[in-house]
Write a protein that binds this ligand. Structure first.
Ligand code: HEC
Ligand code: HEC
Ligand code: HEC
Ligand code: HEC
Ligand code: HEC
Ligand code: HEC
Ligand code: HEC
Length: 312
């Protein structure tokens, strides 16, 4: 009981700071625009009243699809940016250099690709989303990034989960439905098993209340399940399920969220049920096949197919 009351208080505090954060964002955005309008560079071209003036001038070149692709250690990058996608993103009103610090139009400051990409992708969001940045840094993903790009699969940076120039609001069904794909890009097998379960099916059918990866694992503070601070550790898993299943008891958490029933690693009951199901499918289809063959045979026997001699 006490734990739940505590949770609720935590939720309230979260909601409160978040709405404050939003208000702050709006204020910040307004201030940025003032700064932008006030800069001599913007005034020079007489487009100071156009809030997108700064971005507009970067886009003179970067909206050109033929600008080309450059190779970077993180893979090839298309220098083309679709202005419509950018303008309809959450940051559509921000000047490009709010993330690309130090970039000006003229002369275009050239930073060596590798250095630029690593810095921008790692630090671009920090100034305005400090909360998320701090949580992220302490998460398992953040820890891995601090150690540099891991062998094989890289650990996700902000832009791997949110996109870069087309970032969307997160509290929509559309965004929630993409989360499994975003995580699945690096956690392949898991995505399939999630989609097979109740939660995955129900979310893809449009039930917004259903759980997706981050409702159970957390978003910016993801930790391995074995870590006691994980939302899914032995001590925390029940309260995590109870956020949406208030009546859940201890036994509820034994529900297998990620499971490949036909794997021999699955518990015996699940494995047997899956096998029985498979056997049933085979039986039904075999019966159907035999039945159809007999039916065709019967057709031949009764000369239904080749009406030799015509007419009756
Ligand atoms: C919200 C922050 C943000 C804003 C605003 C932003 N960018 Fe970016 N941009 C980035 C990040 C981060 C990267 C590095 C992407 C990566 O490593 O995946 C990047 C990469 C790029 C690249 C390299 C190609 C690519 O897509 O990876 C170009 C060119 C670019 N940005 C131009 C612009 C222009 C022009 C604008 C304004 C219209 C703009 N950016 C606005 C964050 C931003
Ligand atoms: C006159 C055309 C032009 C304008 C204006 C322009 N760019 Fe570029 N930009 C380019 C070209 C060409 C490249 C490719 C350079 C390369 O291959 O290193 C580039 C590369 C970039 C990159 C990748 C940089 C790297 O080397 O890693 C970013 C980010 C970028 N531009 C952002 C901006 C921003 C932000 C603005 C506005 C402040 C802007 N650009 C204005 C032509 C332009
Ligand atoms: C592993 C994927 C992932 C990474 C990495 C990530 N985010 Fe998020 N972020 C999400 C998801 C998913 C949500 C939606 C929250 C939800 O539904 O619980 C979100 C929500 C947000 C929000 C909306 C407010 C909130 O907290 O819900 C902001 C702002 C944000 N992220 C910024 C960032 C920044 C900045 C970084 C890098 C420091 C970052 N994110 C890294 C997945 C990620
Ligand atoms: C110059 C400040 C600034 C920078 C830098 C910035 N953002 Fe934002 N971001 C904002 C503002 C302001 C909003 C809120 C817009 C609104 O509420 O209408 C926002 C909204 C968002 C949202 C949607 C939050 C929600 O409530 O759904 C996400 C996700 C997000 N930003 C991610 C990022 C990521 C990732 C980066 C780095 C690549 C980044 N931002 C860089 C100012 C910034
Ligand atoms: C860009 C790739 C990438 C993306 C996107 C990504 N992760 Fe990860 N994640 C990793 C890597 C790499 C590790 C470390 C794997 C290891 O230690 O074996 C990791 C570790 C984890 C762990 C710790 C347990 C483990 O397997 O070691 C969890 C839980 C996790 N991620 C969940 C998520 C969730 C949920 C999302 C989506 C919100 C997500 N990840 C998105 C790359 C990614
Ligand atoms: C209903 C809650 C729930 C949802 C939704 C969920 N998971 Fe899990 N996840 C768990 C639990 C519980 C475990 C630990 C037991 C297990 O491994 O099956 C786990 C384990 C994991 C692990 C291994 C973690 C470790 O430390 O070994 C990864 C990686 C993972 N999940 C990724 C994902 C991804 C990606 C998604 C979305 C496609 C997702 N999960 C959706 C509850 C969930
Ligand atoms: C974000 C909310 C949310 C979280 C967190 C969540 N669930 Fe669910 N879960 C749902 C919803 C909603 C349904 C019902 C889906 C429907 O009817 O379309 C459901 C259905 C189920 C079902 C099948 C129907 C039933 O009620 O028996 C099981 C089993 C289940 N969840 C287990 C879990 C477990 C175990 C956890 C914790 C590891 C968990 N859930 C966490 C929202 C959630």
């Amino acid at each position: 009981m006490a734990a739940r009351a505590h949770d609720n208080a935590g939720e309230l505090a979260k909601a409160f700071t978040f709405s404050m954060w939003r208000a702050l964002h709006t204020l910040l955005l307004a201030m940025l625009l003032v700064v932008l309008v006030g800069t001599p560079a913007a005034a020079e071209d007489g487009d100071a009243v156009d809030p997108a003036g700064f971005s507009g001038r970067c886009l003179t070149c970067h909206s050109m699809p033929y600008l080309g692709v450059v190779d970077t250690p993180l893979g090839p990058r298309d220098l083309h940016i679709d202005p419509e996608v950018y303008e309809s993103s959450v940051h559509g009103l921000l000047p490009c250099n709010s993330c690309h610090a130090g970039f000006s139009h003229n002369p275009h400051q050239m930073v060596p690709n590798a250095e630029f990409f690593a810095e921008t992708a790692g630090e671009a969001c920090k100034n305005c989303h400090d909360d998320q940045f701090e949580m992220y840094k302490q998460s398992y993903h953040g820890e891995l990034t601090r150690e540099g790009v891991a062998e094989g699969v890289a650990s996700p940076l902000c832009v791997d989960c949110h996109g870069t120039h087309g970032i969307a609001y997160v509290d929509t069904l559309e965004y929630r439905q993409t989360i499994a794909d975003v995580c699945g890009a690096c956690h392949g097998g898991r995505e399939d098993t999630f989609l097979d379960t109740y939660h995955g099916k129900s979310l893809s059918l449009g039930r917004e209340a259903s759980a997706t990866c981050v409702d159970c694992h957390g978003d910016h503070s993801i930790l391995p399940v074995s870590n006691p601070l994980s939302t899914l550790s032995k001590a925390n898993i029940l309260p995590t399920c109870q956020e949406c299943h208030p009546d859940a008891g201890e036994g509820f958490t034994t529900f297998l969220v990620h499971i490949e029933p036909t794997s021999t690693k699955a518990p015996l009951v699940v494995f047997l049920v899956a096998m029985a199901y498979l056997a049933l499918i085979v039986a039904v289809f075999s019966f159907g096949g035999v039945h159809t063959l007999l039916y065709i045979y019967r057709g031949f026997k009764d000369k239904l197919y080749f009406n030799k001699g015509g007419g009756h």
